[in-house]
Design a protein around this ligand. Sequence first.
Ligand SMILES: [Mn+2]
Length: 354
Amino acid sequence: MSAGDDFDPAAAVPSDAGIFGRNISPEQAAVVLVPVPFDGTASYRPGAADGPRAMLRASHQIDLFDLETGSPWEAGIAMLEESEVVRAACRTAREAAGRARQASEDGADAEQEVHQESVDEACRRVNDYVGNTVDEWLARGKLVGTLGGDHGSVFAAIAAHAGRYPGMGILHIDAHADLRPAYEGFTWSHASVMHNVLQRAADVSRIVQVGVRDFSEQEYRVIEGSGGRVRTHFWPDLGRERLRGTPFSEQAARVVADLPDDVYVSFDIDGLSPELCPHTGTPVPGGLSFDEAVHLIREVAESGRRIVGFDLVEVAPNPSGDAGDESDEWDANVGMRILYKLIGWALRSQSTVP
Ligand SMILES: [Mn+2]
């Protein structure tokens, strides 16, 4: 144990405890989680803004001993307080996005542009906060995980990691390719995050996508024309192979072989089968099982690659459950278990001890 407190990982947890049941300062922790309660560009339904808070609450129920990765909690895991700047930007962007869509339906082009610009402005404030915060903790030598929010809200976290780890690749787990330029006219849309990475984060050498099964022809052309900078293991292709007998372990090894030594994991929960994330913003049938997703992350670490950082986005609690209601924590329960595995394998991948 690194932090010198008398934490008992097997004890029941008070409801005001920190993430994974422990109250530890980010300075003391090896792992710093940055919550980004923002879903201002949600095009189908919002809710991911409440993901970090729901995962924090759900994390009090996990058994902290992990058979595969040991006891990741011992390194110290801290989650920062939610930023009021981000919450305010979320309210502004949600409202402006609604007005932009209405203006679009009315054919009021000039008005639409004004509201789109308001959304972009709010997103830039989020990017500033996320970029500065993530970079500050990276500079202090922490493993940083960013918890969305919608996928667009973590762009600056990816860019900050790329600045510290030039040449890194992204393992992008998602139902969507997220390669649309300014989806709905919003530069920082959830559906545009990897487009923005390609355009604005030159230090990212490659994006390797898994789980993608809902995409436009234009996005398909972007992938084909990317000269290998985007490599997409389309879910329909993998699924067909598996139905004919190819094991997922073989497919996962192929996916990981496409990645460079330094890997950032960008994990959109909708890459999983929707039974595991029923309230996420844009669910799509098909997708990875929990075990397949964990296997993929394990494969990155066990291949000798280093997981330099990660995000987990689009986890949305049941909107009909009110705060404190533990009756329907399923989305957050799955999300925080993915989170604990990401932390565990990232720490293992950075350790010099085999
Ligand atoms: Mn996404």
